[in-house]
Structures are given as C-alpha cells and as structure tokens.
Design a protein around this ligand. Structure first.
Ligand code: HEM
Length: 157
C-alpha cells in the first residue's frame, strides 16, 4: 500500500467519524433533547454529548484535512480547485475550513456567550442549533456525494 492509499484510508475513516457524529447529533441527540421534559434538561443533555463529541473531532477534522492535502500534493491536483468540474474539491476544502473555524475559533471563544444565551432562552438556542446542524449535515452529504462520485470518474458537466 503506497502513501496515497494510506492517506485515502485515513481520510475516509476521519470523515466517517466526523460526519457520522454530526449525523448522530443532528438526527438523534437534538430531536431527543428537544422532546425532554424541561428545556433546561434538553439543553444539558445536548451540551454534555456535544462537549465530548467536539473534543473527539479536534482530532478527526485536522486528520481529514491533513490527509486530503497530502493526497492533493502527492497527486499534484491543485489545478482542480480552479475547475468547475471538480466543484467537490472546493466543497471539501470549504466544509473543512468552516468546521476548523467553528471547532477551534468560534466555539472556544464564544462558549461563555452561548451558555449565557442558552440559560436565558434554551428553547430558542436549541432551535437555532438544530437548524445549523441540519444545514451543515445537508452540505456534508452533498460534498461526500460529489467526492465519492467524482473521485471514481463521474463527470458532472
Ligand atoms: C482540506 C480539506 C480536504 C481536502 C484537501 C480533500 C482532498 C481529497 C482528495 C485529494 C481526494 C481524492 C480525490 C481523487 O481520488 O480524485 C479526496 C477524496 C474524498 N474526500 Fe476529501 N478532502 C478534504 C475534505 C473532505 C471532507 C470535508 C469530506 C466530507 C464531506 C471529504 C470526503 C471525501 C470522500 C468521501 C472522498 C472519496 C474517497 C474515495 O471514494 O476514494 N473530504 N479528498
């Protein structure tokens, strides 16, 4: 197995952990929390699970990025980022960048503010969080669709 295949395997494993976890939080944890007895219980269930998950994705997100960039460098396919046919390459990079910023910059920086807002109006915050997770999951699914199809020879245009 050459280094590009190793990078591909690690890339897909990291994506499974990260996007699989996102799907679990969006489709199971958030609807479950929102049907809890009180909104305070709902917020605390979501926050406890999300805290553990966000610690783990601090490994899988950088790993997905490092392996993806390694493949791009080794295959010398940088020009794909300027080619509409390879829209899924730009989508992968964009999604990764957005999550890196959320997990390493926005979340640690604004956590006290989020927690304060959640204490004041947990229902509103949970609804916003659910919507955001749904949008991100949809974008991730579209990106994964494009990446699998595109890297196995499907032409989109
Ligand atoms: C810095 C960010 C990323 C870079 C530079 C990157 C780069 C790459 C490259 C170069 C490939 C191989 C393409 C080929 O064989 O033609 C690939 C495959 C793939 N990537 Fe990414 N990627 C990144 C992030 C992501 C994200 C966020 C996702 C999830 C939505 C993702 C999902 C995939 C999938 C599913 C494949 C196909 C694997 C296969 O079927 O062989 N990547 N990526």
């Amino acid at each position: 197995m050459d280094d590009i295949s190793v990078a591909r395997v690690l890339h897909v494993l990291a994506i499974i952990h990260w996007i699989g976890g996102l799907a679990f939080v969006t489709l199971i944890v958030l609807p479950m929390s929102r049907s809890r007895g009180t909104v305070e219980q709902a917020w605390s269930l979501f926050e406890n699970i999300e805290r553990r998950f966000s610690q783990q994705v601090r490994i899988s997100i950088p790993l997905a990025g490092a392996t993806g960039l390694w493949m791009t460098y080794r295959m010398d396919i940088w020009d794909r980022f300027a080619d509409l046919e390879y829209w899924w390459m730009t989508a992968m990079f964009g999604l990764w960048l957005a999550f890196m910023l959320m997990v390493f910059v926005v979340e640690p920086h604004f956590h006290p503010k989020f927690a304060k807002n959640a204490q004041r109006d947990p229902e509103k915050v949970l609804l916003r969080v659910s919507r955001l997770h749904q949008c991100l999951l949809l974008l991730a699914a579209l990106t994964a669709f494009g990446a699998v199809a595109g890297s196995h020879g499907v032409r989109f245009f």
